[in-house]
Design a protein around this ligand. Structure first.
Ligand code: KG4
Ligand code: ZN
Length: 329
C-alpha cells in the first residue's frame, strides 16, 4: 500500500489530498477563488497564480495534519504539471518539487486531464480498462478510449469551445455569475427546455467532433430578442448541450467495443448530463460510471490517484520536469 500526496493549482482551485493505492482518501482540501474572479466574469490568470502561492503550502500542512502524517510517511509527491494557466501550474509543480527534494521522495508530474480521466477508478474499484471517456471540463471536450496509464486514443475533440466554456459564456450572457455551469443548472430547474429553439451543432454529422460556438451565438440572439424568460433560455440551452453530448457520444460508442462509458470533468457534475448519459449507456448495453460531483470538478484527490496509478506502473519524473500550458493526452 502506498500513500500519495497530490497537489493541484492549474486553474482557480488550490487543492491538496492524501490518497492511498487502496482507494482511501486520508484527507483532502480544496480552496476555490470564485469570489476573487466574480467581478471579471472569468478566471484572471495573474490573480489565480498569486492566490495559489498564498494558499497551497498551508493546505499541505493542513492535510498532513488531518491525516496525522508527516511528509516522511508519504511514498511519492504527485503534482499537476499542466495543462492549464501556466502561472498556476508552476505553483503546484514547484511546491511538489520542493517537497520531493527536501524529503527525498519521488516526483510524479501529472497531466491534469489524466487526473480527470482516471478519477472514476478512485471510487469505482470495478471499473477496469478499457472504457470510453467523455471528458467535459472548462477547457476540454473530448471523447477518449482509455486503455491504461498513458494509453489514450482520442476519438473526438471540440472544434471551438469546450462544454464548460459554453456553460460559462451562456451564463455570462444571462447575467449569471462565474462559474456558469452550476448557475445555469440551478436556473434551468424552473425553465421549460423546449421553449426556445436552439441549434444542436454537428448533431447527426458523420464526423466525430463537438462544436458549441453556434449555440452560444443563438443564446445571444435569444437574450437580445427580449422574448424569453431567463430560466427558459437556461433550460433550453442545457437541453441543447445534453443533446449534443448524447449525439457525439453515441457516434463514438459505435467505434469502440469498450464495455463501459465513463463521464468526468467539471461539467459531469451536471445532473441532466449524468442522467442522459446513464440512459444512453443502458440503451447501448454498456456499463456506466461517473464520479461524485466533488470529484468531477477540480480537486487534488484525482491528481493523487493518477499519481498512485503511475506509481504502480513504475512511472516517475525527474526534478527538471517542465510545466506545460498545453499538454494533450
Ligand atoms: O474540471 P473543472 O473543474 O475545471 C477545468 O479543468 O476546466 O471544470 C470547470 C467547468 C466550468 O466551465 C464550470 O462551469 C463547469 O465545469 N461546471 C458545470 C457544472 N459544475 C461545473 N457545468 C455544468 N453543470 C454543472 N453543474
Ligand atoms: Zn479540470
Amino acid at each position: 500500500m502506498t500513500v500519495i500526496l497530490g497537489l493541484e493549482s492549474s486553474c482557480d482551485d488550490s487543492a491538496v489530498a492524501l490518497v492511498t493505492s487502496d482507494r482511501r482518501i486520508l484527507a483532502q482540501a480544496v480552496v476555490g477563488q470564485n469570489a476573487a474572479h466574480q467581478p471579471y466574469g472569468g478566471v484572471v490568470p495573474e490573480i489565480a497564480a498569486r492566490a495559489h502561492v498564498e494558499i497551497l503550502p498551508g493546505l499541505v500542512r493542513q492535510v498532513l495534519g488531518e491525516a496525522n502524517l508527516s511528509i516522511a510517511d508519504v511514498d511519492a509527491i504527485a503534482a499537476t504539471a499542466g495543462p492549464g494557466l501556466i502561472g498556476g501550474v508552476m505553483v503546484a509543480l514547484l511546491t511538489g518539487k520542493g517537497l520531493a527534494l527536501s524529503a527525498g521522495k519521488p516526483l510524479i508530474a501529472v497531466n491534469h486531464l489524466e487526473g480527470h480521466a482516471l478519477s472514476p477508478r478512485l471510487v469505482d474499484p470495478d471499473l477496469g480498462f478499457p472504457y470510453l471517456l467523455l471528458l467535459v471540463s472548462g477547457g476540454h471536450c473530448q471523447l477518449l478510449e482509455v486503455s491504461g496509464v498513458d494509453k489514450y486514443r482520442r476519438l473526438a475533440t471540440t472544434i471551438d469551445d469546450a462544454a464548460g466554456e459554453a456553460f460559462d459564456k451562456a451564463a455570462k450572457l444571462l447575467g449569471l455569475g462565474y462559474p456558469g455551469g452550476p448557475a445555469i443548472e440551478a436556473l434551468a430547474e424552473s425553465g421549460d427546455p423546449s421553449s426556445v429553439a436552439l441549434p444542436r451543432p454537428l448533431a447527426g454529422s458523420p464526423e466525430p467532433h463537438f462544436s458549441f460556438a453556434g449555440l452560444k451565438s443563438a443564446v445571444q440572439r435569444a437574450v437580445a430578442s427580449g422574448q424569453h424568460a431567463r430560466e427558459d433560455i437556461a433550460a433550453s440551452f442545457q437541453q441543447a448541450v445534453v443533446d449534443c453530448l448524447l449525439d457525439r457520444t453515441s457516434n463514438a460508442l459505435a467505434k469502440t467495443d469498450a464495455p463501459a462509458l465513463v463521464v468526468a470533468g467539471g461539467v459531469a457534475a451536471n445532473h441532466a448530463i449524468r442522467g442522459a448519459l446513464s440512459e444512453l449507456a443502458a440503451r447501448e448495453g454498456r456499463e456506466f460510471s461517473v464520479p461524485p460531483a466533488w470529484l468531477c470538478t477540480d480537486n487534488a484527490a484525482m491528481i493523487a490517484w493518477a499519481g498512485a496509478e503511475r506509481f504502480a506502473a513504475g512511472v516517475f519524473d525527474a526534478l527538471d520536469a517542465p510545466a506545460r500550458a498545453r499538454w494533450p493526452l
